[in-house]
Design a protein around this ligand. Structure first.
Ligand SMILES: [Zn+2]
Length: 285
C-alpha cells in the first residue's frame, strides 16, 4: 500500500473543512518530517499498512475546543493535544498537562487507534453538523466571543489584518472592521451584519477561473505575478508567505517550501501540478 492518512482522520479533516470553510491551513499536516522519522510518532506510517494515524489541524479560524469535545467522544480517538493540554483515552480523556517541547498552540494534534477497525472507521465526528454558531448565524458586535469571532479574525487576516485569532471581538478587531467598512464604503459601525459579511466573503473568495490566469492554469515560481500567485499566498497564509499580493517573492518561495515539506512532497519552492493538487486546486494544464 502507499502511505496514506487513516480513513477516520480523512473524515475528521473533511468535517472540519466543511464546518469552517475559511480556516487557515498553514499549520496543517499529517506526514512526519525528518524530525518525526527519527523517533516513534503517529505521524510516521505504520509498518503493517502504511497508514498515518495522526493529523495536525491549524487552530486559526476554527473553534479548537469544539473539535476537542467531539474528538474525545469518538471511538477512534487515542489522544488529542491542544495548548499544552493532552486528553488521552488511557486516562479516560481527563485533561492533563502536556509537557512536550511543542506547546501545540498553533495546531491541535489528533491521534487515532492503530486497531484496523477504528483507524478505518467512517463514523461521523459530528463536527460539520454541530449546532454551535458559525460566522453568519448572528450579527457580531464588539465584545462578542466565540468560534465565529475566530472565523471573522481569520478572514480579516486573509486580507492582511494581522489580528490575534483569539475569538474575542476586542478593540483591534473592531478597529479593523471599521477600516474595512470604510474601504468598502459601507456604514462604519464596527458591527458585522449581513452587508459587511457579504463584502468580507467577496473580498476573500478567489475570482472565477479565467482561462490562462486562474489558479491551477500554470506553474508559478519566484518572479511570477498575478491572481494565481495571490491565491497561493492567501492559501498558505501570511504567517509563512508574508503580506498578501500578486508577487511571488523570496518570502513566498520560503512559504511554499514549508508547505511542501508539511505535505510530504518535493520542496522545490515552485507551485506546479503536484502542489496545486495538494492545495485542492483543479489542475488545468
Ligand atoms: Zn502532531
Amino acid at each position: 500500500m502507499t502511505v496514506h492518512l487513516a480513513p477516520a482522520l480523512r473524515v475528521l479533516r473533511e468535517e472540519i473543512n466543511t464546518r469552517w470553510p475559511h480556516r487557515d491551513h498553514a499549520s496543517d499536516g499529517w506526514i512526519g518530517d525528518a524530525d518525526h522519522q527519527a523517533r516513534r510518532s503517529d505521524h510516521n506510517p505504520d509498518s503493517d499498512d502504511d497508514s498515518v494515524n495522526a493529523i495536525d489541524v491549524d487552530v486559526d479560524g476554527i473553534d479548537p475546543l469544539l473539535v476537542v469535545r467531539h474528538c474525545v467522544a469518538h471511538p477512534s480517538t487515542q489522544y488529542v493535544i491542544y495548548n499544552r493540554v493532552i486528553w488521552s483515552r488511557t486516562r479516560r480523556f481527563a485533561a492533563a498537562r502536556y509537557t512536550g517541547t511543542n506547546p501545540h498552540n498553533k495546531h491541535l494534534h489528533v491521534s487515532v487507534s492503530h486497531e484496523r477497525r477504528l483507524e478505518d472507521s467512517k463514523q461521523s465526528w459530528g463536527i460539520a453538523t454541530s449546532p454551535a454558531t458559525r460566522l453568519g448565524d448572528r450579527v457580531l458586535r464588539p465584545q462578542a466571543r466565540g468560534g465565529d469571532v475566530r472565523e471573522l479574525q481569520t478572514l480579516a487576516n486573509c486580507l492582511g489584518a494581522r489580528l490575534v485569532v483569539d475569538g474575542v471581538f476586542g478593540p483591534k478587531t473592531t478597529a479593523w472592521v471599521r477600516s474595512f467598512q470604510k474601504r468598502e464604503t459601507l456604514a462604519v459601525d464596527g458591527i458585522v451584519g449581513p452587508a459587511t459579511l457579504a463584502a468580507l466573503r467577496a473580498a476573500t473568495t478567489p475570482p472565477k477561473p479565467q482561462p490562462g490566469r486562474a489558479p491551477g492554469c500554470r506553474t508559478v515560481r519566484r518572479g511570477s505575478t498575478g491572481e494565481d500567485v495571490a491565491f497561493v499566498k492567501r492559501f498558505i497564509g501570511a504567517r509563512w508567505c508574508g503580506s498578501p499580493g500578486p508577487d511571488f517573492d523570496e518570502r513566498t518561495e520560503a512559504g511554499v517550501r514549508w508547505y511542501q515539506r508539511m505535505r510530504g512532497i518535493a520542496d522545490d519552492g515552485t507551485v506546479g501540478r503536484i502542489t496545486w493538487a495538494q492545495m485542492g486546486v483543479k489542475v488545468t494544464y
